[in-house]
Design a protein around this ligand. Sequence first.
Ligand code: NAD
Length: 499
Amino acid sequence: MSIETAFTVRDAVTSIIDGEPVKRSRRGTDFPFINPASEEPCGVLREADAQEVDAAVRSARKAFETGPWPRMGADERKAIFRSMHQALHRHREELEFLDCLNTGVPISQVRAMHVARAAYNFEFFGEVLSQDSGEAYTQNPSFLTYATREPVGVGAMMAPWNAPIPLASMRVATCIAFGNTCVLKPSEYTPHSMQRMVEIFHEAGLPPGVVNLVNGRGPVTGTALVTHPEVDMVGFTGGSETGKIIMSEAGKSLKPVLLELGGKSANIIHESANMERALDGALLGIFSSNGQQCLAGSRILVQRSIAQEFIERFVERARKLRIGDPLNADTEIGPLCYQSHMERVLSYARLARGEGAKLLFGGGRPAGFERGWFVEPTAVLAQDNSARVCQEEIFGPFATFLEFRDLDEALRVANDSQFGLVAYLWSQDLNVTMRAARELRAGTIWVNTPMFRELRAPFGGYKQSGIGRDGARGSLEFFTEPKTVSIPLTDFPMTKMGS
Ligand code: NAD
């Protein structure tokens, strides 16, 4: 049986509220959504309007105020996380198929990290929640003061389309681990795997109301969720411009926000690099997931002394990338997620030429692909870091090269960006490495490796790449409220007012 026929693709994707799919007479809008590889319709999204969002938030509020989740012992909650971890593994192939179908990311790359990573999110945060403990202050002998961390309440959790299962599961796991409940709003472009994922959470024993799902466009469903008065905090993974809108909406009622946003990350190839490994890393950094990654190494800064050889070898390898059906196990580059995104990425090839950049290869739609939103792997050599192709997140298989003279220049150019999510450095020289690691202004620095995610460590952005950090401590701090309790140990003399 082929992977296409092995799993059912739902005709309609609906909200899940209180553990049940929403069945109701229609009020909101229905959208057909499209298979990016074939341009064929592959289902209908039932958009949740403000009333449906309200029902989802009320369910989460009820589960928070009176349900078992915030009240259960850490071991019990951890056991349910363990069961969610196992259930995700059991349904792994189906979820991988659905993520591939909606996003166009090649199936081999989806298999490498999407569902395994999501399952690990629950395994990992199950450990974190069970290790959390309070603090006691005994320095004042007359008092015992202790501090506990308590759940904040109801979270609005928003996710993007580029890696639906790993990113949405991260938002959910970090929020509910500490006893919060939530409403998840994934991207309107990738709802299939999201609906199955939330169903699977309930099959695994998650109590109803702890995770509710609403689908729809950002300005409709997303806005109704962020502005809902019963939402206590917002966790958002998505673009920086949307992050600004969400933060200003949330700010009207002082809701705390965790923002994991976009990037234009520098990938510095120093002359002391192991060239073969740097080449492998640079190709993975910009072409895996079709270049649709917040942490893509999309600005490749290469030292002038090795630039010609490095760029020639990069282009030679990039020409051989296998473009094709994302469900084919050999495919390395699939279609982009939706049509206007493809058009936007293509527009940067035209822009680059207008800005005086040299087109090294690609820049158009690949020959032989009459259907599907495919873009050729593309690389340009820019003249100056102020060019828009160096400053704006393109979010496609589009590498922008810049040459640098020495490390001073490389670090200055790398830091000359509104973003600061990650930075890559390829060097075998310890002094170069240590200096770059200290001076690069980004939340994560990857030295001689592409994309290594250590969940224990903080992950998040400097500058317009985000606010706050995911990770064991960062998530605990955002998703809990510290509470201090002071109790006198003796009946101490009190001032008697009015006596
Ligand atoms: P997006 O900002 O368009 O959408 C993200 C989510 O926000 C979606 O669910 C969308 O429906 C919703 N949304 C959009 N407008 C909204 C509004 N006005 N009010 C409320 N909600 C709204 O991002 P995208 O195109 O889905 O994803 C790509 C972006 O996400 C890129 O910029 C990428 O760098 C970023 N990203 C960041 C990380 C990270 O961890 N830092 C990870 C993945 C993706």
